[in-house]
Ligand binder design. Sequence first.
Ligand code: KG4
Ligand code: ZN
Length: 337
Amino acid sequence: MILSIESSCDDSSIAITKIENNKLIFHKKISQEIEHSSYGGVVPELASRLHAIDLPNILEECKPYFDELKAVAVTNQPGLGVTLLEGIAMAKTIAVTLNIPLIEVHHLKGHIYSLFIEKEEILPLLVLLISGGHTQIIRVESFEKMTILATSIDDSVGESFDKTAKMMGLGYPGGPIIEKLAKNGDENRFDLPVPLRNSKLIAFSLSGLKNAVRLTIESLGGSENMSQQDRCDLSASFQKAVKLHLIQKSKKIFEKEKIKDFAIVGGASANIYIREAYEELCKKFGKRVHTAPLKFCSDNAGMIGRYAIEAYKKKLFVDAYEIEVIHTKKREAGSIL
Ligand code: KG4
Ligand code: ZN
């Protein structure tokens, strides 16, 4: 079995996965959403302190499996340095005291492997990754070869939902709040710009849309003067512009990429409105759509464990005294993830 730890942002999570059949034997996650909610976003120092409390509490429940552990895996990039360190310190200690190998996991590759929890890999695969930190389309040819085809030049999808919610004086995370309000809103009430609509660039950008949302809120007299219907209509109009932007750029990629399997992963892949738009697009292009179960869309250690099984089979281990947080540089389209 492999014990995996995830602490890249505001979720403390540990999983135990069986190597021979990909089964998830144990999985627990403690989210810090309530603690960060009043700040409208994640406060790194607070997140780090909460991981230091929650991770050992979850680990306590894993003790019965300690004798059967063959390896320990941990996310070491990308994420918040101070929170990644909490998971790494724990993983290092386990590796050294139990004398088992240590596996480092790239968080975004973990999101891709969320699709394969308790399943076999589906490869090759085209993936749209929409999370709090990233918007990317990735061509996954194999475990080793994942190429970024398009990436964001500013705010990510999740971040734009979070900021829109914050500007309207709503809580964190913004994604589920906006999606829910949008259900009762008129998506055609506010004519928000679809980002990069007239640009040939195959990239994602949401900061311009964020500014348009801000100006709309100002024109309504500020968030405190908005009615509930205003909030619903703005949420729906914003969500529609995000969808049109994602679909327009994805279509350009679909015209070139012949891979039949397409997947949406990451926290924002829980959004049903966006999922439905992709189902329609994939139908036109003859592609199959894959998504992870809702509970594995947002950050979790189950996906880290699933990736770690493949890394274990390839003996991709790292020295427990040398593992560190990798401060990921922004990767451009064309580069390997
Ligand atoms: O993947 P994730 O848990 O963490 C990162 O790796 O960043 O993604 C969290 C992000 C947050 O920005 C959250 O607002 C967004 O995913 N999210 C959503 C929805 N549920 C979560 N965005 C849009 N619609 C949703 N239903
Ligand atoms: Zn994530």
